[in-house]
Ligand binder design. Sequence first.
Ligand SMILES: NC(=O)c1ccc[n+]([C@@H]2O[C@H](COP(=O)([O-])OP(=O)(O)OC[C@H]3O[C@@H](n4cnc5c(N)ncnc54)[C@H](O)[C@@H]3O)[C@@H](O)[C@H]2O)c1
Ligand SMILES: [Fe+2]
Length: 356
Amino acid sequence: MFAIKPKLYFGDHPLEALSPLAGKRVLMVTDAFLVSSGLIEPVRAQLSTCTLELFDQVEPDPSLQLVARGIRVLREFQPEAVVAFGGGSPMDCAKAMVFFAAKEGGTSIPLYCIPTTAGTGSEVTSFAVLTDTDKGVKYPLVEDALLSEGAILDPSFLKGVPPRVTADTGMDVLTHAAEALVATGANHFTDALAERSFTVAYRALPEAYRGNQQAKADMLYASCMAGIAFNAAGLGVCHSMAHSLGGRFHVPHGRLNALLLPHVVNFNAANHKASEKYANLAKLCGLSANPRALSAAMVRLRTSLGIPAKLEVSMAQLKEALPTLAAAALSDVCLDANPRKVSKEDVISMMKELAG
Ligand SMILES: NC(=O)c1ccc[n+]([C@@H]2O[C@H](COP(=O)([O-])OP(=O)(O)OC[C@H]3O[C@@H](n4cnc5c(N)ncnc54)[C@H](O)[C@@H]3O)[C@@H](O)[C@H]2O)c1
Ligand SMILES: [Fe+2]
């Protein structure tokens, strides 16, 4: 099965997709920086005839408490539509707010997502990654009801993204594509999107990092394609470990993937089908047709983007946390789609590589 629910709006004037909301009550979910920087203004202008309420308290890695606060605002304001504006954090928060509000007896409110990073692909996925701050665990909620009505892809919002964020979020795109390609749910349709997304992002990311706006636009489209691919195919052990480590150490999600992906490619290459697919992907990127060439290229790319090779966590700190981290990774929903069976020892050995 392969289905795409959100409509994709891109090209000239994609914000006009919000025209049907004219005159309605609209709740915008975003973060404080996107408001204070003025980046949100074109969206506000597009919604000028609406009765607008702003929930701008979203922080990176949205917590369950934050979502609960958002639901209270939503219940009080009773919007007819919700517009999420931001990176994965505001989009996931808005998706969870709409989902839980509907579950608690309310009606399902149409949600539009406008990504400002490239990115998580959250605008087209049925995932919302939430953090339980009490337990220090980050886990993906996966429900079809989390899919948005429309994804609005406007690269002009990415102009001011700092190189650090471009690098981290760009490595997330490559990881989504690389995991979707070899995931157990992969098929011809997801393969086409995963391969295209990976090759576009592999070429565009260094230029986007240097601030090239066309390359940033390519990254936004690659991010969306990778999102559609992994939403249908699944992800794998790289994301399971990134969620587990992210819940504990609060390192940007994409950076964790950047550190883990080369180890995961080498690990999964023991699976014959995955090895063939990685080899073909390497060839499409102009590399030698083997998985080692692909993982080595990921290390080179990561280094060129100024991403440190290790976490700022000592081996002693990591060792103390490893039993809990490994258990969280092994119970993460993304693991189910990994092409090779993963043991606790496998997870621990890959995680140990990250100690500084
Ligand atoms: N739902 C999914 O399918 C999915 C997939 C992967 C990751 N995620 C989750 O998404 C979250 C990460 O999202 P993210 O990487 O997009 O980062 P983010 O939303 O947490 O934002 C990171 C930082 O970038 C800033 N920022 C965002 N857009 C900007 C812009 N245009 N210009 C300048 N600064 C900007 C934000 O203000 C913030 O400080 C994590 O919680 C991760 O687990 C979700
Ligand atoms: Fe991700």
